[in-house]
Design a protein around this ligand. Sequence first.
Ligand SMILES: Nc1ncnc2c1ncn2[C@@H]1O[C@H](COP(=O)(O)OP(=O)(O)OP(=O)(O)O)[C@@H](O)[C@H]1O
Ligand SMILES: O=C(O)[C@H](O)[C@@H](O)[C@H](O)[C@H](O)CO
Length: 149
Amino acid sequence: METAKMSKGIPLSDADRTPWLESLRDAIRDRLDRGEDVAVSCSALQLRYREILRAADRSYKPGDYATCRVQFVCLRASAEVITERMQRRSSEGKHFMPASLLQSQLDLLQIDDGEGVTEVDATVRPGDIVRDTVAQFREGLASTVPSCF
Ligand SMILES: Nc1ncnc2c1ncn2[C@@H]1O[C@H](COP(=O)(O)OP(=O)(O)OP(=O)(O)O)[C@@H](O)[C@H]1O
Ligand SMILES: O=C(O)[C@H](O)[C@@H](O)[C@H](O)[C@H](O)CO
């Protein structure tokens, strides 16, 4: 239903997104409960959406972003780069989402300093994006561990 709406160029509402975010939260919680790590790729444009996903960590206290087991990476690219990628993808008939919806997504995107979202350049090759992401996480973790040497 949501994909039909988007393919007509209509942005989703919070009511459309909430059940999807809650089911993702439950899937993440299942993995965490089993002691597994998991990486999920989804659109979590707003703080309130990310708070739903952070609740996958049963110990999460709202606002305590740094200690939450759910951490976010924002893949950054300019509107021009994203538009070009989306147009290529929809012209190949590979995706339901038209490039005309991009502006509505950028209007919603909210990443505040202090929330601790890791930002990574998404214009490089996919393998380099992964490498940069891992490096940034390592740096973040290293800064929380006191040096013994
Ligand atoms: N690092 C990259 N370099 C070049 N092209 C890329 C890169 N990452 C993604 N693309 C291309 O951009 C388009 C969109 O990429 P992708 O499917 O990863 O976006 P997404 O926003 O995660 O997906 P979705 O819209 O389904 O959430 C695809 O056609 C993909 O091939
Ligand atoms: O919340 C939303 O509006 C949707 O999740 C969209 O962001 C798309 O489904 C996603 O980007 C895939 O193209």
